[in-house]
Design a protein around this ligand. Structure first.
Ligand SMILES: Cc1cc2nc3c(=O)[nH]c(=O)nc-3n(C[C@H](O)[C@H](O)[C@H](O)COP(=O)(O)O)c2cc1C
Length: 349
């Protein structure tokens, strides 16, 4: 009841704020751009965290703990990698996520692509997001200096650390650097290899080359025993996904995250090219759910735990994916549209 009421308020406020923003952008001949509305929402949410216990604190119902290796997820609902703001990640944990994953960390700090680089879209009545953020972030050095002291550890839930890189050596060094800063501390975490982000310079990903992926996993395993997750792209062929499944199954303490945004042109998602700074971007939200389900079915043929990510926003999605073999359920777009989906889903698990 409380979650449903707050969900209604949140969705109504979001609707009004985005309409005002688009109106303002139109009268000043600016391109339509969702990013200021997201930033505004983050500022408001962060500003009222201190006083908002009844607004944000929801218990995770008992009996839903999922164990993957030594990681204990008190809810199988987890935050997919797409945000780095600690206050926002903190709120989602308070609302009942079993884990959050930090936005992909790259070697150097990055500003990301030009704006507009994120838009609301609707395809056949299904709502989603279209983005080409280009991995803005603070870089490994700053992340490594801050992560040991993060308040997010206080929840005693596993945290996912998503890693990007331009070469396998860069992935390796990034993992090594961050792991060093956490060594000796009692922390529950795993590394997620973002091998599927389509927003890098040459458009190619580590996921295009299973042999390179295997080399990287072997190199990491030789020095680090932390659980590793491989996040694959829904755009990869089933043949490629099967090769990745075999590699992960053959490694020690490796699991799969299926999957990521789908690579599209603005026209394919109903946007004019002038409404987007890049010729291509990543589609997320309900329109990509069917492919997530296909991938979960494919990976269920391997002996590896599976996170399903892509298009999840309600309990029906979770039940369908669970039946197909998924263990954890990652969400990004649904958290932007309505973070109260967390307690609403947790209640029915
Ligand atoms: C704005 C935005 C930024 C994202 N950034 C990342 C990222 O840094 N690393 C990553 O692995 N996935 C990233 N993703 C992909 C999400 O983690 C997720 O895999 C994808 O959005 C599909 O899930 P959804 O349909 O629940 O959004 C991003 C998605 C969005 C919408």
């Amino acid at each position: 009841m409380r979650a449903s009421l707050l969900s209604f308020c949140y969705r109504t406020t979001r609707f009004i704020v985005t309409k005002i923003l688009y109106f303002y952008q139109a009268i000043f001949f600016k391109p339509r751009d969702l990013e200021p509305a997201i930033k505004f929402g983050d500022i408001i949410l962060s500003a009222i965290t201190g006083v908002g216990a009844p607004i944000y604190n929801f218990k995770i119902p008992a009996g839903n703990t999922v164990d993957i290796f030594e990681l204990k997820f008190s809810s199988p609902l987890i935050g997919a990698s797409f945000k780095s703001e600690t206050d926002v990640l903190d709120l989602w944990l308070r609302m009942g996520l079993g884990s959050i994953t930090f936005k992909t960390i790259t070697k150097d700090a990055r500003l990301g692509n030009d704006k507009p680089r994120i838009q609301d879209i609707s395809l056949n009545g299904d709502k989603g997001l279209f983005n080409s953020m280009g991995l803005p972030g603070q870089g490994v050095q700053l992340f490594s200096s801050q992560i040991p002291h993060s308040k997010l550890w206080d929840y005693d839930r596993p945290l996912g650390i998503s890693i990007g890189g331009n070469t396998i050596q860069e992935y390796f060094e990034n993992i090594k650097g961050i792991n060093k800063s956490l060594t000796g501390l009692t922390r529950s975490y795993y590394f997620e290899l973002n091998i599927s982000c389509p927003n890098t310079e040459n458009g190619r990903t580590l996921g295009d080359d299973p042999l390179e992926l295997e080399r990287l996993l072997t190199q990491v395993r030789a020095i680090i025993n932390v659980p590793m997750c491989v996040k694959v792209s829904p755009d990869s062929s089933d043949e490629l996904l099967n090769q990745i499944g075999e590699i992960c199954q053959g490694m020690n303490r490796v699991f799969i995250n299926a999957g990521n945004t789908q690579f599209k042109t603005p026209l394919q998602v109903g946007l004019k090219p002038s409404q987007f700074s890049k010729p291509k971007g990543g589609l997320s939200g309900t329109p990509i759910f069917d492919r997530t389900l296909e991938m979960v079915k494919l990976f269920s043929n391997y002996e590896i735990p599976i996170i399903a990510t892509g298009g999840i926003s309600n309990i029906h999605h979770i039940r369908t994916l669970k039946k197909a073999g998924a263990t954890l359920y990652g969400m990004a777009t649904a958290l932007v549209f309505d973070p109260y989906c967390i307690p609403k889903i947790n209640k029915y698990l």
